[in-house]
Design a protein around this ligand. Structure first.
Ligand SMILES: Cc1cc2nc3c(=O)[nH]c(=O)nc-3n(C[C@H](O)[C@H](O)[C@H](O)COP(=O)(O)O)c2cc1C
Length: 187
């Protein structure tokens, strides 16, 4: 028999966290500086234009930089970068230069001033598409302009945050392609 426990509604992330944790990088033109934060709260919204939403809390330095510049890169780290991800998410660019202090590598992006993080498996260059929900929810709707992804490994291991300092690493991949209608496999 299954035994059940009550879980506080505020712990919904333990079951619904979409992951993977990503690194959102911004550029501060005024200070000629780059910044980066860890982010687990994001969501794909549309194929074309390629829209995603990101929750960047107004308490974070990145919030003001993203709002002001209207640009960022979203970099997808693999499990080997987990300690760096946690360190990035536990300090603020308002107090330090994370790239220098944490030894984070960077390269210029093609379409935005924010840097790419080449240690990550994939990099998405994004432009602010709609800020209508920023005021109330800190929710930015971004358009993905370009994606660069490493050709190997074929099945990278991403990290998913469960709260309370606990992470889940993505695991075995399985296919059910044969059960899909062809039109459902478009993208
Ligand atoms: C694993 C992890 C996931 C996080 N996810 C988010 C998130 O989705 N949204 C957010 O606003 N902050 C999130 N944070 C917190 C920010 O990354 C953290 O406050 C960061 O230090 C902000 O940096 P900044 O002040 O330089 O922008 C997360 C932190 C960690 C460690």
């Amino acid at each position: 028999m299954t035994h059940w426990r009550e879980v506080p509604p505020s712990h919904a992330r333990q079951f619904l966290e979409p992951g993977p944790v990503v690194l959102l990088a911004t550029h501060d033109a005024g200070a000629s500086a780059d910044n980066v934060m860890a982010m687990g709260w994001h969501q794909v919204l549309e194929f074309t234009p390629a829209l995603i939403s990101c929750l960047v809390s107004r308490g974070n330095h990145s919030h003001a930089l993203l709002r002001r510049s209207g640009e960022c890169t979203i970099n997808v780290p693999t499990a080997d970068l987990l300690d760096m991800v946690v360190r990035i998410g536990n300090c603020s660019g308002a107090d330090c230069d994370k790239f220098t202090d944490l030894g984070i590598e960077r390269e210029p992006a093609a379409h935005v001033a924010a840097p790419l993080l080449p240690q990550c498996h994939a990099q998405l260059e994004c432009r602010l598409h709609d800020d209508a929900m920023v005021g109330q929810y800190d929710l930015f709707i971004l358009e993905v302009l370009r994606i660069r992804a490493a050709t190997s490994p074929k099945a990278p291991q991403f990290v998913h945050y469960l709260g309370d300092g606990q992470f889940m690493l993505s695991g075995k991949r399985v296919s059910r392609k044969r059960l899909f209608k062809p039109e459902m496999l478009g993208i």
